[in-house]
Design a protein around this ligand. Sequence first.
Ligand code: SF4
Length: 210
Amino acid sequence: MKTQATTGIDHPPQNISNLLKALTQLAYDHGASAAAVIRCPSIPVKDHLADLCKPPGCPNYGLAASCPPHVGGPQRFREQLTRFEHAIVFKIDVRAADLMGAARPDIFRTLHRIAATIEQAAVARGCKDACAFAGGSCKELFCTDHPSCRVVQENEPCRYPAEARPSMSGYGIDVFGLMAALGWPQHRIGDNNHSDDGPTGSIAGMVLIC
Ligand code: SF4
């Protein structure tokens, strides 16, 4: 059985269920299309997914402190997971045309901001180790006008600590497996998922809470 220290809760909320409900609602309030609580043992992690970040997979490999090889990867994430019981997963459904077009950076920045907002709210409520993950490299989303990541190149704090969060990809988190575990329809760009506005896709974030 976990002790108070290992659950990461300084001052345990009287009702974990109410806390998770409030944090889930926060995701909706900030623009999520869906949000739900998942038990941490159900979070799928696959080593080969983290390998996809390596060249030639992602042009942002190594450019940000929150991307491989600067993050702990699947092994460290699995270790981290053992200290949590609950996480909140959220998704944003978007038109494929927007996700693949000029609106893409704004959509992904929203994903990061929702994740960071939930994490900060959880910390404020006593879950001191709450930890958020998003998608897409923060280098191209937040520091695109800077030549380099401040953390990697200057060993200085992140320029956007209240917004930028690491991508799930670098930890091997199976995003589509995560959505499947929650019973959410899996909208992959390129699949024939059509709404009135054309094909849709989903991007997701996750916050380990307690
Ligand atoms: S300084 Fe920029 S690139 Fe580096 S971790 Fe922060 S947001 Fe990402």
